[in-house]
Design a protein around this ligand. Structure first.
Ligand code: MN
Length: 150
């Protein structure tokens, strides 16, 4: 088991040190940042090939299936942006307060230029999410998939 010694020496119910989550090689990071810019929106970001693929979702990422939301593709962001919270100063691009709304890992099921299916494992967002690109533009539809009956 990775980090065995590290974990054995610490009682994480008592120390505030990192618990030493080990990243599954098949797991990637996602984050949703609440961004109080000119218009409040939520930035949905998925780690893909070393960068954060990003979309601005004006109405936020739905927590229930059946709700479709517009997601506008924005520029790729660096991976460490997933930890960013703070205030972008007035006059700068995206000026306003950024807060992490949810974050976690995801398992990719399908990632192409037109369609993305991922299983999110966040605090708030859990389950399969689909992004479908509309025509050849920047607009995508984002929704949660209905639970599969097993
Ligand atoms: Mn933004």
């Amino acid at each position: 088991m990775p980090l065995e010694d590290y974990k054995r020496k610490r009682d994480f119910s008592k120390t505030i040190e990192p618990r030493g989550e080990v990243k599954d090689s098949n797991e990637n990071v996602f984050v949703v940042q609440e961004h109080h810019a000119t218009h409040l929106h939520y930035d949905f970001r998925l780690e893909v090939q070393g960068v954060l693929k990003s979309w601005a979702v004006p109405k936020g990422v739905p927590r229930k299936p059946g709700v479709k939301r517009l997601a506008v593709a924005t520029e790729d962001h660096p991976l460490d942006y997933a930890a960013f919270e703070g205030e972008i100063p007035e006059g700068e691009y995206g000026a306003g307060v950024v807060k992490i709304w949810d974050r976690g890992s995801y398992i990719p099921e399908k990632i192409t230029d037109r369609e993305i299916i991922v299983e999110l494992r966040g605090e708030k967002l859990k389950g399969k999410y689909v992004l479908i690109r509309l025509k050849d533009g920047k607009n995508w539809l984002l929704f949660k998939k209905k639970e599969e009956v097993r």
